[in-house]
Structure formats: structure tokens, C-alpha cells
Design a protein around this ligand. Structure first.
Ligand code: NAP
Length: 282
């Protein structure tokens, strides 16, 4: 029977520690509440739900969120103007631009406008570059959350063969660098990979970040592997077919309740980090 990597429980335990940190922070900054500003462009219901969950998580630990909603017709210039305003606002410690934005908005340009000090979702090219080089940076929240989950369960990735399926800028690509920085030997797969099944069969760690329900078949995964499913689809289905895996893999993330809660936990932890840097201990 495999170890269940219970992101929901781990995130809840981290929230207790975060609440204590936020209380201490408020005591030394005149009671000012740290704020995560969220920007939602358009009215995609799933994105609205994710933003609401992030705001709720802030409030659970004593921080606040300022939710900015822009219409689907908002232009790149409109989003940039909002980010400029938040960058200049000293009461805002973190900025989250909810991905994806409508296709006509230049998401990369908007991400890169976020000040590095407030890039608590780890989406800027600058932050990505620092992270990739192993320098201090806020990591992209989902892969950084996965690394925290692995660390929590003391699963050492050093020397292991890891296969990441999916190379998006916010998930697969930073995941590959984080695992490499932790000394795993990493293969980064994508839609042009030839014989994905063979790549996955060799893996001791498999990360599914494809965005296709149950795309990675359970029989492709070797016995004893650590299985991380970052995917989430309606009905609580991930990117990996977990049927029969629980009996024979070393560790597995449930869907839901695995990677998702760790993403939010990492985002709010990094917001607290940013706020602490704004009000350092004297
Ligand atoms: P994305 O931007 O759509 O990227 C998907 C990646 O999968 C691309 O790199 C693509 O390759 C690759 N891919 C597509 N078809 C493939 C195939 N047949 N074989 C191998 N690779 C293939 O998706 P994303 O934003 O990274 O999200 C991935 C999943 O993670 C989704 O299910 C999403 O809901 C989930 N997610 C969860 C969280 C969370 O907090 N739990 C956060 C973010 C995302 P190419 O580069 O070649 O096109």
C-alpha cells in the first residue's frame, strides 16, 4: 500500500504556523494586515472559484485579499495599468494574475510587469530565471507546492529518475528545474515526445501536468514510483489514471486533495514571506 501524500492535511497544518507568523508580523507593523491582490480577467467560473479559494485561504491565516475583477474585454494595457497600480501600493505585498487570461491579452507581458518583490505566484521571467539558477526566488506556486509536499513526507528525490509530463511555463518547466535543483535526473516530456510510455516506464518519480483527464495510464507507471498528479478536471479526475496504482506505487497524491491545496498554501506562504521582507524584524 502506498503512502498517500495528503496535501489537504499538510496545507492545513502549515496554515497554523502561518497564522502565528502573520500575528507576529502585525504586532511589529502597527497592526497592518498583509494583502494579496488578485486580478481576475473575464468571468471563467473555474478561475473565479480558484481566486475565491485563494482569498479565503488568506483570511484563514489573518491576511487579506483584494480582489480585482476586470471584464473579458479588458486589454493588455488595462491589465498592465492595474499591475502598475498594485506594484506602487505599499499595502499590497503580493500580486496574483489568475491564469489563463483571455487570448487577446498578452499574459507574458502582464506577468513580467509584476514587481519581483511581489511575485508571490512565481510567474515572472526574472523569478523563473533566479529559481532555475538555484538563486532565492518565489517559486511558481504549483511546482513549489509539490516540492514542499515531497519535503514534508521526507521523500528525497536526489539521484532518482524523474519524468515530468507537460512543459507549461507555470507548471511543467519550473517543476523540471526544481527537481533538477534537488538533484533528480529529469526528463521533461511534451506533446512531441516520441514514445511517452517508455519514458514514463523508466521513471521513479512521475509528475502529470498535461491537462488531459487520465491521459497517463496506470500501467505505464513502474512499481514503487512516486506519483504526483497535478491535473484537475471536473468530477475530481486528474491527469493520471490512478486505478490500481495505490497498491503498487511508493507514494501518490490524491485528486482532489493532493497538489491543489499545496498550490494555495504555497501562494499564501510566499505572500507572508513578501510581507515579512517589507517589515523585517528590527
Ligand atoms: P498547459 O499549459 O495546457 O500545458 C500542457 C502541457 O502538456 C504542454 O506542455 C503540452 O505540450 C503537454 N501535452 C499536451 N498533450 C500532450 C501529449 N499528448 N503528450 C505529452 N504532453 C502533452 O497546462 P498547465 O497549465 O500546465 O496545466 C496542466 C494540468 O495541471 C491541468 O490539468 C491543470 O488543470 C492542472 N493545474 C493544476 C494546478 C493546481 O493548483 N492543482 C495549477 C495549475 C494547473 P506542448 O508544450 O508540446 O504543447
Amino acid at each position: 500500500m502506498s503512502l498517500l501524500l495528503d496535501g489537504k492535511a499538510v496545507a492545513a497544518s502549515y496554515e497554523k504556523e502561518l497564522s502565528r507568523r502573520v500575528t507576529a508580523l502585525k504586532a511589529r507593523n502597527g497592526g497592518q494586515t498583509p494583502i494579496l491582490a488578485t486580478i481576475l480577467v473575464g468571468d471563467d467560473p473555474a478561475s473565479a472559484t480558484y481566486v475565491a479559494m485563494k482569498g479565503n485561504a488568506c483570511r484563514r491565516v489573518g491576511m487579506d485579499s483584494s480582489a480585482i475583477r476586470l471584464p473579458a474585454s479588458a486589454t493588455t494595457a488595462d491589465v498592465l495599468a492595474e499591475i502598475d497600480r498594485l506594484n506602487a501600493d505599499p499595502t499590497v505585498h503580493g500580486i496574483l494574475l489568475q491564469h489563463p487570461v483571455p487570448a487577446h491579452v498578452d499574459e507574458r507581458l502582464c506577468f513580467d510587469r509584476i514587481s519581483i518583490a511581489k511575485d508571490v505566484d512565481g510567474v515572472t521571467s526574472h523569478g523563473f530565471g533566479l529559481m532555475a539558477l538555484g538563486e532565492p526566488a518565489f517559486g511558481s506556486a504549483t511546482p513549489a507546492g509539490i516540492m514542499r509536499l515531497l519535503a514534508h513526507y521526507e521523500l528525497d528525490v536526489a539521484g532518482k529518475r524523474a519524468v515530468v509530463v507537460g512543459r507549461s511555463p507555470i507548471l511543467g518547466k519550473p517543476m523540471a528545474f526544481m527537481l533538477s535543483n534537488a538533484n533528480a535526473t529529469v526528463t521533461l516530456c511534451h506533446s512531441k515526445t516520441v514514445n511517452l510510455e517508455a519514458e514514463i516506464r523508466r521513471a521513479q518519480i512521475v509528475v502529470g501536468a498535461v491537462g488531459k483527464p487520465k491521459f497517463i495510464r496506470s500501467e505505464w507507471i513502474s512499481d514503487g514510483a512516486i506519483v504526483i498528479d497535478a491535473g484537475y478536471h471536473p468530477g475530481g479526475i486528474g491527469d493520471i489514471d490512478l486505478d490500481g496504482l495505490i497498491e503498487r506505487c511508493a507514494a501518490v497524491t490524491p485528486v482532489p486533495g493532493g497538489v491543489g491545496p499545496m498550490t494555495i498554501s504555497t501562494l499564501i506562504a510566499q505572500t507572508a514571506d513578501a510581507a515579512e521582507r517589507a517589515y523585517p524584524v528590527a
